[in-house]
Structures are given as C-alpha cells and as structure tokens.
Write a protein that binds this ligand. Sequence first.
Ligand SMILES: [Mg+2]
Length: 240
Amino acid sequence: MTPVVIIDLDDCLIPDGTAARAAIAAVLDEFSITADEQAVDTVLAAARREWRDNRRVTHREVERVASWEALWADFHDLPMPQEVVQALVGNDVRAWRLALDDLGSTADATTAAQAFRRLRSALVIPFPGVESALDSLGERHELWLATDGCRSLQRTKLLLSGLADRFQRVFVSGEVGHPKGTAGFTDAVRTALADDRTVCFVVGDSVTTDLLLAETGGWPFVRITGEVKFAGAAAFCRCL
Ligand SMILES: [Mg+2]
C-alpha cells in the first residue's frame, strides 16, 4: 500500500487572504491612494458586491471562487457556456470601478485591475518551511493536492508557487465538479486511491472544507492554524 497525504493549497502552502490584502494595498499605493486597512476593506467589500451580484457565479466551474480570487482569475478558457464566460470576464474591472468610486478616486479601473493581477501574482510564495516539509513527507508518501476554486487560477497558483512537481495528483473542485467537503469530491479522491493507496492524513486550514474532506473520507485531519504551521505536519504521520 502506498500512503498518500492530501494537502490543501491556499493558506496552507501559500498565503491567500493576506496576499490579497497586501496586493490591494500595493495597488492603492501605486495610485497614491491611502492604503490603510479600511481602504483595503473597502476594496474587498466592492469585490464581494460585484461577485455576489453576478448570477453566473454559481456555475460549478467557479462556485468556490472567492470574490478576492475573482479579481485575478482568468475565466476566458474555462469549459462553460459562452454566455457564462462573458458574464464573468470583466468582473475584475467592474469590481475595481466600484472600489475606486467608493474610495472617491477617478483612477482608471482597467489599470488598477491589471496592477492587481501583476502584484498578486508576485505574492505566490510558499510559507517558510513548506518545501522542506514536502521533501520530508514526499520521501515516503505520495503527495496529492486538494483545492477549492476554478482550474485556471488554482493551477496557475500551483505553478507560480514552484510546488507543482511535488504533487502526483491534483484535485480542483471546478474540475472535479463538486466542492471540497462534499461527498462527490471525496468520492473522486477515493476512486483515485483504487486498491493500492491509502490516505495517511489530510492537511488543511479550513474546518468547513478540509475537515469535511477528512471526515467524509474517514481519514485523520491535521489542521493548519497560526500555531500549527504546515512545516510541522510531517510529525503527524502515523502510517509508517
Ligand atoms: Mg485553505
């Protein structure tokens, strides 16, 4: 039996929420807009408003895309009906227009949206210790990645992180067709295990998705919090 460790991506191996805030602040800086916490909150609220008001965001390809992720996701080539693609493309510029209006700025929203994509991409950097922890776990486990979101953004993040080659299997909810934590997603993982693989444990930061994946699969769970960094996850191995 080959032991497998199933690992989350966002806020487990690479920062997401904090990186989004940092990139927004950097955009505001470039526009000479005061980039304090309140201004960042204003942008995030505008992004949320624009995303939630779009009735196409429930399509299974994008249903687990967060509003701040939608600011730099590429929707063009997702396998969706053309009308859905068209409804989603341009979300970033529309959200930035709302945000800049709320901040009292007449700056160009397209330029802001492009700046965010550039600055956010530059912040896809693994947390300290992640590479060595994956090295250690990877010596005696297969590493599988399980992540919520749309295929284009999640796979881009994985490539930018430099971690893509570490993973033998990658499950993205938009590709699987079911959100992480649902029976459908867990079934897809279980089917891939076939008869010759067994899950040692699941690692993640979320108790609404990662923990549910572990629970529905009947697998041990290691939760990554501020106190438990992913780099320490190897210590939880119980299969060898
Ligand atoms: Mg996460």
